[in-house]
Design a protein around this ligand. Structure first.
Ligand SMILES: [Zn+2]
Length: 200
């Protein structure tokens, strides 16, 4: 097992180096930048890091991470509550919001079914989704999982749970290249995929 580095400077470099896209060189550069920065500047960063864990929680309705009990989207009366778009990750939701045409609500699964990675239904927010649909008022559930083997498998599994509840089930059109990841799709592709959605 890798030994934890000792001393605050080595520790900071070690922690920064775990972040995506940050190699040892960048971790070292950032550490030296922070060493030279003012105390208020560094404390502001530390506080912001703490706050994302201490004051952010899943929205009680759609499960996206938010500061409030109900996220801004769920709390917005102008959004169409009869429509739920199911996404794997919060960043997929962000991509769809950037595209700017969707006016319904979301449901964030926080992953996809991946038996090889031990991601089963109980690791996702599937129960909450079924409960939402069962509570009524939902007319259509749009599966916006990624067009990958695991994303498709997840959508299929969800549709088998939701079909008996009498809700319309649709899937994003294949305007998205197979295997592409939603968060990297451009806005027009996402708009086309939403508009061209088809029933299961
Ligand atoms: Zn919400």
């Amino acid at each position: 097992m890798e030994r934890e580095p000792s001393g605050p400077i080595a520790r900071l470099m070690h922690e920064l180096g775990k972040l995506p896209g940050i190699g040892p060189k960048t971790a070292e550069r950032l550490t030296h930048h922070l060493l030279a920065a003012s105390r208020p500047q560094v404390y502001a960063l530390a506080d912001a890091l703490r706050a994302i864990k201490d004051s952010i929680r899943p929205c009680r309705q759609c499960c996206q991470l938010t500061e409030h009990e109900l996220c801004d989207i769920c709390a917005d009366p102008r959004r169409d509550a009869s429509l739920i778009c199911v996404v794997e990750q919060q960043r997929d939701l962000a991509a769809l919001e950037r595209a700017g045409t969707y006016r319904g609500l979301y449901h964030v699964l926080h992953g996809r079914l991946a038996p090889l990675d031990n991601m089963g239904p109980e690791q996702l927010t599937i129960d909450r989704l079924v409960e939402r649909v069962r509570n009524g008022g939902v007319q259509e559930v749009i599966m916006a999982t990624n067009p990958t083997l695991e994303g498709d498998g997840t959508a299929l599994y969800l549709s088998s749970l939701l079909a008996p509840l009498g809700v319309r089930l649709t899937r994003l059109a294949r305007g998205l290249p197979s295997g592409s990841v939603l968060e990297f799709a451009n806005s027009q592709m996402l708009v086309d995929a939403l508009e061209g959605r088809r029933s299961f």
